[in-house]
Design a protein around this ligand. Structure first.
Ligand code: FMN
Length: 172
């Protein structure tokens, strides 16, 4: 199947997995056969003509397994249509403004430049105090950071729809 798409993700507490599932759902509804998998479960990119890769952000970094995936698959990714997303910022308002312009980890920017993604998106995340470990809980209490589910499903759907249009060649 030449229009097979992969949505690969790295998550710690599950919020990014649900964003990836949503993106996969939109792509499938647009008629594109799509796999949604944790990065650790992806063994071969050969069947895919397009890849969407997203990671949760912790202290300004992508999850290790997502970084490893980028490094291990640089060549294959550079030969495919690729979209990247970071998920994390908590609070209301533009997610990139919430993180003062942060979009993607600086350490992996040269790698991303070589892969030439068609876009890098940032989506709001979730802070669920019940899931955090004691140190994380302490941090969030100390800085009085916003807590809750801030994911913007409309923004995620719009982005996934634009990916589907791009893959299908409906948009230049
Ligand atoms: C200890 C900790 C550090 C975090 N650091 C960042 C950060 O630097 N930038 C950001 O945008 N979000 C940050 N977040 C928010 C997470 O990215 C957010 O909770 C995200 O939805 C987690 O996704 P996951 O459930 O897929 O792991 C942090 C969260 C925790 C608990």
């Amino acid at each position: 199947m030449d229009s097979q798409v992969l949505v690969a993700y790295a998550t710690k507490y599950g919020a990014t997995a649900e964003i990836a599932e949503k993106i996969g759902q939109v792509l499938r509804q647009a008629g594109l056969p799509t796999d949604v998998l944790p990065v650790a479960d992806v063994s071969d990119l050969t069947p895919y003509k397009a890849v969407v890769l997203g990671s949760a952000v912790y202290i300004g970094k992508w999850r290790k397994e997502a970084v490893k995936f980028l490094q291990a698959n640089e060549k294959m990714l550079a030969e495919r249509q690729v979209w990247l997303f970071s998920s994390g910022p908590a609070g209301e308002g533009d997610p990139v403004e919430l993180t003062e312009g942060w979009r993607f980890p600086e350490a992996q920017q040269p790698l991303a430049d070589r892969i030439r993604p068609r876009d890098i998106a940032v989506f709001h995340g979730v802070i669920n105090m019940n899931k955090l470990n004691p140190i994380e809980k302490w941090m969030f209490k100390k800085f009085d950071s916003p807590v809750g589910d801030f994911r913007d499903w409309d923004a995620i759907t719009v982005w996934a729809t634009s990916i589907a249009d791009d893959i299908k060649g409906a948009v230049s």
